[in-house]
Design a protein around this ligand. Structure first.
Ligand code: NAP
Length: 216
């Protein structure tokens, strides 16, 4: 597949690395197509392409949103609704407020009655958002190794075909997928990032992931 990654931070680069590993083509996007961080990434990843957000969204059969939460809507506007229409959009963003954590607990700019992904889906109704990769650190996103087996990635979104595509990618990346339903489930999935970060902020422990246990 051709993957357009909107976001040149740690998450965008980690997921881009995973897509390369499994033979996909990747364009990494930033606000400024000539940004030095893109040039550095391109030097280290000669197979990769770079561009601005619109270039990356246009390039992708699948788009990844790996954006500072407060900038997600602006970044999607720069990407352009027409370049997102009909495509699966993996939404790894979290609605983290510009405020420090309290005893390791982050503040969000959203409420429990409306998630960031609902805001994005409503602003870009023709894009097929799928929440994924938001509840684990970037170093564990691709083929994390745990003695207990595959960890669980909680996903949600309104479009079944887009979720199936993302589920296949999660399978390649070494995850089991737990589909929690439609876009509203992001109200529960986005705060998992708060939970995941508490051991990191309070005890400097970062090597964990969630697993859903099921009784047959
Ligand atoms: N870091 C992790 O391990 C981790 C794990 C799970 C989920 N997440 C979530 O994933 C997302 C990305 O995290 P990250 O750590 O990779 O990087 P980040 O620093 O949160 O975001 C980087 C991206 O945000 C863009 N950006 C910043 N301000 C902007 C603005 N005003 N307008 C438009 N774009 C703007 C940057 O654009 P430029 O390229 O133009 O600078 C860059 O591409 C966040 O929502 C985070 O909560 C992070």
């Amino acid at each position: 597949m051709k993957i357009g990654v909107l976001g040149s931070g740690d998450v965008g680069k980690a997921l881009a690395g995973g897509f390369f590993k499994y033979g996909h083509q990747v364009m990494l996007g930033s606000r400024d197509a000539d940004a030095s961080k893109l040039t550095e990434w391109a030097a280290q990843n000669p197979a990769g392409q770079t561009g601005n957000f619109a270039d990356a969204a246009r390039f992708g059969d699948l788009v990844v949103l790996a954006m500072k939460g407060t900038a997600a809507l602006d970044a999607l506007r720069l990407a352009g609704a027409a370049n997102l229409a009909g495509k699966p959009v993996i939404d790894a963003t979290n609605p983290i407020a510009d405020a420090p954590p309290v005893n390791g607990v982050l503040k969000f700019f959203t409420t429990l009655d409306q998630s960031l992904m609902e805001q994005l889906q409503s602003a870009f109704p023709d894009a097929h958002f799928v929440k994924a990769f938001n509840s684990v650190g970037n170093s564990l996103m691709v083929n994390p190794q745990f003695a207990e087996g595959r960890p669980t990635m909680f996903i949600c979104g309104n479009n079944p075909a887009a979720k199936a595509t993302v589920g296949a990618i999660l399978d390649q990346f070494g995850w089991e997928t737990a589909d929690m339903g439609n876009v509203e489930a992001a109200r529960a999935i986005e705060p998992l990032c708060m939970l995941w970060l508490i051991p990191g902020f309070t005890r400097n422990e970062w090597g964990h992931a969630f697993k859903l246990l099921r009784r047959d």
